[in-house]
Design a protein around this ligand. Structure first.
Ligand SMILES: Cc1cc2nc3c(=O)[nH]c(=O)nc-3n(C[C@H](O)[C@H](O)[C@H](O)COP(=O)(O)OP(=O)(O)OC[C@H]3O[C@@H](n4cnc5c(N)ncnc54)[C@H](O)[C@@H]3O)c2cc1C
Length: 413
């Protein structure tokens, strides 16, 4: 079968990889001149398989109100005269209930654990380890006692997650020594991993390029989809129409406009975030596990000889321009936590747009149009969820049962 994919981020590339390995012919269209240059470029690097709770949770709206008046707030909301923003925000507020959060966390956990299994299978069969990948575990640290007690109360034995005192956190991750007096405790997930998402995209491409049934079309922006009699007939590129048999939309935030124009409404909104990447200076002062500073919503990941620091959610700012104030605040907070890790003045700053649904769950599978398939809306977990989403979608396209239930992960749910 011939399948066209729009989007050369981690979602489009893993989809291409899954389809090629099932014997299909794949054409991948990417508007940039290289793959992995948009949101998949310098994200937090966390393969956070066991820590997947969506942003929408009970208490978050109140917390967000408090954050609005703080200069270094993890979440910033700019109201816009935009119906789509208010629609999304309303659905987000409706998802901010403990019961809804629990249900969506269960859907994400199922997909995340499947994703880990698929990545490990691909690594065993094809290598795919050369992207600063390590199985190093994740430690979520808490500065606020009530947040810590609440998180600890959710861990029920037997569990793969361990509740640690502040002292045990420092024993597990000695680079936390400077933070010790401010810590209430932490939760350690031994099974989580880390990697450089951009390098992963390039590794996937290298393997795909060696395949005779794969074709990459870079610097090729898809202008629109052509739908006739309830099925996709083609793509418009540079005002020319190219015929397609099957089409997967995996274009991150670009998916919204493409799908809207053929009447497929997806509840996507860009949640802007920032990262810093700095060369490691003092090995012992850099976290070896993935560290999430829960109260500041900052993640730290060691990627080879670099430290990646990622954070912040800006709602109502859909440009990828760097905001000097946000970058300075991130730099200052990271430096206060891991002062000797590296030279923060040399850090490379980056901003990206998380393609996010109100519930935090991605949209996989059917679109309502016969041969048009979706793989989008992975929000802050796209790297984590990519391999499982791709493998599941490839099964759906082949009309085979998915290895996991896709309930709660489809447009029709
Ligand atoms: C600050 C930050 C930190 C993050 N940290 C993590 C993390 O630690 N772990 C994790 O799992 N996830 C993380 N994420 C989320 C993750 O990066 C995203 O979910 C993921 O990159 C989305 O991948 P994608 O392929 O859907 O989108 P993208 O990477 O944006 O790819 C979409 C591609 O489609 C192309 N495209 C769009 N429109 C068209 C068109 N019309 N024609 C042709 N091409 C088109 C774009 O150019 C782009 O290359 C983070 C995100 C941010 C912003």
């Amino acid at each position: 079968m011939r399948v066209a994919i729009i989007g050369g981020g981690v979602i489009g590339l893993t989809t291409a990889f899954a389809l090629i390995n099932k014997g299909h012919q794949v054409d991948l269209f990417e508007q940039h001149d290289a793959v992995g240059m948009a949101t998949s470029f310098a994200n937090g690097g966390q393969l956070s398989y066991r820590y997947v709770s969506p942003l929408a949770d009970a208490g978050v709206p109140w917390q967000a109100l408090g954050w609005m008046f703080k200069k270094d707030s993890p979440l910033r909301f700019r109201p816009r005269m935009s119906i789509s923003q208010w629609h999304w925000c309303l659905d987000f507020l409706l998802a901010c209930r403990a019961s809804v959060n629990q249900t969506n966390t269960a859907h994400l956990l199922r997909l995340a654990l499947h994703s880990q299994a698929v990545l490990h299978d691909w690594q065993a069969r094809f290598g795919l380890k050369d992207f600063a990948w390590r199985a190093n575990g994740k430690l979520v640290i808490y500065r606020d006692g009530s947040h810590f007690s609440h998180a600890a109360s959710k861990i029920t034995e037997p569990s793969s997650q361990k509740v640690l005192t502040a002292r045990q956190c420092v024993n597990a991750e000695p680079s936390l020594v400077d933070l010790a007096p401010q810590l209430q405790g932490g939760i350690f997930s031994a099974g989580d991993e880390v990697g450089d998402c951009h390098l992963f995209c390039r590794q996937l491409l290298q393997q795909l390029n060696a395949h005779p049934h794969f074709r990459l079309h870079t610097s090729t922006s898809v202008q629109k989809l052509v739908v006739e009699n309830g099925q996709v007939r083609g793509l418009v590129l540079n005002n020319d129409e190219v015929a397609v048999d099957h089409l997967v939309v995996a274009a991150g935030m670009g998916s919204l406009g493409l799908l809207n124009s053929v009447g497929v409404k997806v509840p996507l909104y860009p949640l802007k975030g920032y990262s810093l990447t700095l060369p490691v200076q003092d090995n012992a002062s850099v976290p070896q596990t993935n560290v999430t500073d829960y109260d500041r919503k900052i993640v730290y990941a060691r990627l080879g000889e670099q430290l990646r620091v990622a954070a912040m959610v800006d709602i109502g700012n859909a440009s990828t321009e760097l905001d000097a104030g946000r970058i300075a605040s991130l730099r200052q907070q990271a430096q206060a936590s891991f002062p000797r890790a590296g030279d923060y003045q040399q850090a490379e700053a980056w901003a990206g747009l998380r393609p996010t649904t109100p519930q935090g769950t991605p949209l996989l599978g059917k679109s309502g149009i016969k041969n048009l398939w979706l793989n989008l809306g992975h929000g802050s977990l796209g790297f984590t969820l990519a391999c499982g989403s791709a493998a599941s979608l490839a099964n759906v396209i082949d009309n085979e049962p998915s290895e996991i239930a896709l309930t709660g992960l489809q447009l029709s749910d």
